[in-house]
Ligand binder design. Structure first.
Ligand SMILES: Cc1cc2nc3c(=O)[nH]c(=O)nc-3n(C[C@H](O)[C@H](O)[C@H](O)COP(=O)(O)OP(=O)(O)OC[C@H]3O[C@@H](n4cnc5c(N)ncnc54)[C@H](O)[C@@H]3O)c2cc1C
Length: 186
């Protein structure tokens, strides 16, 4: 199929992703599948190669935001059969939550590590009793002095085993007032 949405820079990025996968991922993927998780270092390598945060503005550690780079990365990861890499979830699903719902302090704190691969993210929406209908989310966060107490259970969380940061719930029980409530691993 002839496509005209990509330009020469996207083609160059595609070559970069393809080479990265061939050299740094494919040789290890079967072992990672056996282990049930990818090596954490591959996230740092991907960050150095510019594969993470491709839709994040430069001021937060990314580059010129352009979702087409996300699409290229997803296509190449799928074509290589390297499904263990949760980069698309990180780039395509979590980044918009952080960019739209996090406050400036949270963006400064999280996004540079998000782009470098030092902060691996997940999205924890599905619960034992909640799937497609996210209005049914029961997990909630309550302020307790300087802390937040997070109550609830999650299931089927891509990157969950390695994640440092995961949007998990809405706070205040109001989608209109939804802020970015995220659990960070300690
Ligand atoms: C490999 C994998 C990775 C995943 N990663 C994540 C993740 O990173 N984070 C996360 O939060 N979740 C994740 N999930 C969970 C996934 O998002 C849920 O499985 C999905 O949202 C569907 O929810 P459910 O399985 O509870 O099915 P349900 O929501 O119970 O749906 C069951 C069936 O009913 C249909 N249905 C649902 N509601 C209606 C309706 N109102 N009207 C008509 N039909 C309806 C659905 O289409 C479906 O066919 C992952 C799942 C898999 C398999």
């Amino acid at each position: 199929m002839q496509r005209d949405i990509f330009d020469a820079e996207h083609d160059a990025f595609r070559d970069l992703v393809r080479t990265f996968l061939e050299k740094e991922v494919v040789p290890h993927h079967a072992q990672w599948e056996k282990a049930g998780q990818v090596d954490r270092d591959i996230w740092l390598s991907a960050g150095r190669a510019g594969l993470l945060g491709t839709d994040v503005p430069e001021e937060f550690g990314g580059d010129t935001p352009d979702f087409r780079y996300n699409a290229v990365a997803l296509e190449e990861i799928t074509a290589a059969g390297t499904s263990g890499l949760g980069f698309p979830l990180h780039n395509d699903v979590v980044a918009p939550y952080l960019l739209r719902l996090a406050n400036d302090e949270q963006k400064q704190r999280w996004l540079p590590g998000f782009c470098s691969g030092e902060i691996i993210t997940a999205i924890g929406m599905t619960e034992p009793g909640t799937g497609s209908d996210l209005q049914g989310i029961a997990t909630h966060a309550e302020k307790d002095g300087d802390d937040w107490i997070l109550n609830g259970a999650k299931t089927f969380i891509t990157n969950g085993i390695l994640a440092d940061l995961a949007p998990t719930c809405r706070s205040g029980w109001s989608t209109a007032a939804c802020s970015c409530t995220a659990a960070t691993a300690t």
